[in-house]
Design a protein around this ligand. Structure first.
Ligand SMILES: NC(=O)c1ccc[n+]([C@@H]2O[C@H](COP(=O)([O-])OP(=O)(O)OC[C@H]3O[C@@H](n4cnc5c(N)ncnc54)[C@H](OP(=O)(O)O)[C@@H]3O)[C@@H](O)[C@H]2O)c1
Length: 352
């Protein structure tokens, strides 16, 4: 469907994975494209495909290594030199480095992670957002991650870049809120792309989990949120639950949950189950509490009785998850019990 003929989307990291799927969605909707990545050949193949399949009229391929500090300025100069107005900026290029920071990972690779995931993103956003604000029009999509809100042991630097992106986007969105420029953060879970291979994180629990998430679905969630001007989108149901839980669970619990996901497959110990159960249990409790609180407010006596029953049932389920977590590991049960207690107290307070 051609809805955006004449507009241009610039996508970094369009040569594979989520970026490639995003580029496809823009092409389908009639956008002209600027495709940026190191693999010029793959970008040119993609450009040919889009021209044939969707009749895309203008596609500019920019073969560029974004770990080069001058690259963002060069990309901007090339685009403006061709009189292209970028209506949508997609900061997607990114990668990670797997291993223990103090003793295992390669510093140069980590500095490149910062350069590509962060510095290039900030640089490109600076250049293009200025023009967007001047025109009072534009959309920016940032590739965050579920790691944006959960520290990522074994990929500590990568996770921190994603946390930066989240914070930066939140602040930028606030600054441009009186304009027609929007900033959307896409937060995918582990997704089935070449990401884990490039990071050296093959055969981890997370990499195995990634097979469940199709990059095309992640891209669609991001694209739809971007088009609606939404602030952020967490792709995937379980990830949404984790995102909610990460807001109320202690940081140490959230972090050890992620750590368990980063272990080699087969070596995941009881901690991983504990983390998962803690996460799901807490989130279920919060969700149930909120639903009950909201619906209870305006209900008649019969409905109130029904909600009371549902509340009891929800509590039972949470209790079950909590007991399972307690059996799995003793060291964190005190922490989670206190969280449950707090949440329960809050829910009772709202219901009173
Ligand atoms: N897959 C996941 O589990 C996951 C989860 C959450 C967030 N994300 C984020 O999603 C984004 C896309 O990753 P993906 O999963 O689609 O992985 P991917 O398939 O490896 O794609 C990464 C893209 O970034 C580009 N890129 C990497 N280094 C670059 C450099 N130095 N200069 C220019 N381009 C570079 C790559 O192009 P070239 O190699 O051709 O340069 C490629 O197009 C990343 O920001 C990643 O952090 C991924």
């Amino acid at each position: 469907m051609k809805t955006e003929a004449g507009k241009t989307a610039l996508i970094t990291g369009a040569s594979s994975g989520i970026g490639r799927e995003l580029a496809t969605l823009f092409a389908k909707d009639g956008y002209n494209l600027v495709l940026v990545a190191r693999s010029g050949e793959r970008l040119n193949d993609l450009a040919d495909k889009f021209k044939q399949q969707f009749g895309t009229s203008e596609i500019t391929v920019i073969e560029k290594d974004l770990s080069d500090p001058d690259a963002p300025r060069q990309v901007y100069n090339e685009v403006t030199g061709k009189n292209i107005t970028v209506n949508v900026l997609v900061n997607n290029a990114g990668f990670g480095e797997y291993g223990k920071f103090a003793t295992e990972t390669d510093l140069q690779k980590e500095l490149n992670v910062i350069q590509v995931n962060l510095t290039a993103l900030v640089y490109l956003t600076k250049l293009f957002s200025k023009d967007m604000v001047a025109r009072n029009e534009g959309k920016i999509l940032m590739l965050g991650s579920i790691a944006s809100i959960m520290p990522n042991p074994m990929m500590a630097v990568y996770g921190a870049t994603k946390a930066f992106i989240y914070s930066f986007s939140e602040a930028l969105r606030n600054e441009v809120k009186d304009t027609d420029v929007t900033v959307t953060v896409l937060m995918p879970p582990a997704t089935d792309t070449d990401f884990f291979n490039k990071a050296g994180a093959m055969n981890t629990v997370a990499q195995q989990e990634a097979h469940k998430t199709d990059p095309a679905d992640v891209a669609k969630a991001g694209y739809d949120a971007l088009m609606k001007g939404k602030d952020k989108v967490v792709a995937g149901f379980q990830t949404k639950i984790q995102a909610v839980a990460s807001r109320v669970l202690p940081d140490s619990v959230v972090t050890s949950n992620v750590r368990a996901q980063m272990k080699p497959q087969g070596q995941a110990d009881e901690d991983s189950n504990t983390g998962l159960w803690l996460t799901i249990g807490a989130a279920a409790f919060i969700a149930a509490g909120l639903v009950i609180a909201l619906t209870h407010k305006n209900a008649g006596p019969l409905d109130k009785a029904r909600y009371a029953y549902k509340k009891g049932k929800a509590k039972y389920k949470v209790g079950k998850a909590k007991r399972k977590a307690e059996r799995a590991i003793d060291t964190v049960t005190d922490e989670i019990a206190s969280v449950y207690h707090d949440v329960e107290a809050k829910a009772e307070e709202v219901l009173a």
